[in-house]
Design a protein around this ligand. Sequence first.
Ligand code: FES
Ligand code: FES
Length: 200
Amino acid sequence: MVGEEYVSMIPAASSEVWNAVVNGQQKEVLAPSNAILLDVLRDKAGCLGVKRGCDMGTCGCCTVMIDGVPRLSCLTMAQDVAGKEITTVEGLADGAHLAPIQQCFGEYGGSQCGFCTPGFLIASQALLNENPNPSDSEIALAIEGNLCRCTGYQQIIESIQAAAAIHRGETEAASAASDAHPDPNPSGPDEPTMPPGHAR
Ligand code: FES
Ligand code: FES
């Protein structure tokens, strides 16, 4: 209505400094005091690999490791985990090279559309960090909070078993072991080439 002053029923939360070690790097950002971790990671820390699926704790897409333990970032208050070590899917790779769990999801069909994959990768890596020789039922238990609408889960379990074998040193990293998919840039990607006429 013209001239009517809008008065919010819920006062806006004040912003506070939030800091944590995200993927090995110290992050310090301003965030609302009541922000959830999912929003802070995506909107403030630039970790877009953390996916928002259900936003209510049922799909596992938003899973991150907090001090090595998988947690749902959509159900975690950012301020409750300030100062902790947080690992998102971006933190799994070693520079330009995928982690074994990432390689194996690609090679064994553990990922199709990929939306659920970051959450599965984090839950799987957390399991392998604790248990490098999991049974299929232990894997099923570790990923029971992660939903996938594409793969049917069997390929996901096979991917995790293959990564576990690499962690145990029984097989080489998939890209090194397979002539079908050799790493085209074993020392990392080349510098991007500039279009003609663009001096560097
Ligand atoms: S977005 Fe967090 S569990 Fe679905
Ligand atoms: S790969 Fe599509 S939802 Fe899991």
